[in-house]
Design a protein around this ligand. Structure first.
Ligand SMILES: Cc1ncc(COP(=O)(O)O)c(C=O)c1O
Length: 278
């Protein structure tokens, strides 16, 4: 990549994961051109949405129905409203340091872009924290014990990668919950450009590529090499640093000891982290 001053960069950001199969792919460009000839938005569902929905349902066991939106923020907003409609509850629990987009309820003690900028109510440094295997099971137990959701009820959000690099988000779950969303049910949520043909076309190609055998092994291998290289290079010049990765996601903290949760991540040198990301 080149910036406006002609500086050359290697792009390790990849639109924060969206460009997982790369930026300019000939096959994708040809498919998008074909789709464009038929129209880019109708304000009505299109068949391509069904194809992406089926692809999602086939790989995410907890999802029986899926609703497309235009961003991760929107997906989280829709999911939250649906969860409140289904449970009849108004309160939510949000993890300190997590980022779920820029809607009001998600910005309470938010991480990601919010913390490196040192904005008010941002708890501090946050980057990629590999989840402990017990984490989700423990959450499931606690929510079940407290009657938060009925047994086996759960909702998931999906974000940018299912659109390859065009604006997409989605939320989904069991049919009995999803059918509460309008027009089937009383929980209103809609979006004119949601699930538009271009984004769905890109999504189909991205998900097809990701389904190819060994894709995730390859992602693991290159992410491990990259994060190890970053950590080694910084240690060589005297920085305390440690990193982690899963598939194409990776991150690091300016701290010596490994990090498993938000408390651990607070030990990171926040000023250095902010300087690095500016
Ligand atoms: C977990 C999570 N939820 C929601 C979002 C918001 O997504 P978007 O920027 O597409 O609105 C992000 C963005 O990074 C995210 O990481």
């Amino acid at each position: 990549m080149w910036d406006i001053d002609g500086n050359e960069y290697i792009d390790y950001v990849g639109s924060w994961g969206s460009a997982i199969i790369c930026h300019v792919d000939d096959e994708v460009l040809a498919a998008l051109a074909e789709t464009m000839k038929k129209g880019t938005s109708f304000g009505a569902p299109c068949l391509l949405e069904n194809i992406v929905a089926e692809m999602v349902i086939s790989v995410v066991p907890s999802i029986e129905m899926v609703r497309f939106v235009n961003s991760g923020t929107e997906a989280c907003m829709g999911l939250l409203r649906l969860a409140c409609a289904f449970t009849g509850r108004e309160k939510i629990i949000k993890f300190e340091g997590c980022y779920h987009g820029h809607a009001d309820p998600f910005l309470v003690k938010a991480g990601s872009g919010v913390s490196p900028l040192g904005l008010p109510d941002s708890p501090g440094d946050d980057d990629f924290i590999p989840p402990m295997p017990e984490f989700l099971n423990a959450l499931r137990r606690i929510t079940k014990d407290n009657g938060v959701f009925r047994h086996n009820s759960r909702l998931d959000t999906l974000r940018k990668i299912i659109g390859g690099g065009l604006p997409v988000g989605a939320y989904g779950g069991k049919r009995e919950i999803m059918e509460m969303a309008a027009p089937a049910g009383p929980m209103y949520q809609a979006g004119i450009l949601s699930g538009n043909p271009l984004a769905m076309t890109f999504g189909i190609h991205t998900l097809k590529r990701l389904k190819q055998p060994e894709t995730y092994d390859h992602l693991n291998t290159i992410s491990s090499k990259l994060i190890q290289g970053i950590v080694d290079a910084r240690k060589k010049v005297g920085h305390a640093i440690c990193g982690g990765y899963i598939s194409g996601m990776f991150g690091f903290f300016f701290t010596e000891s490994p990090f498993y949760n938000f408390e651990d991540s607070k030990k990171s040198d926040n000023a250095k982290f902010a300087r690095f990301y500016r």
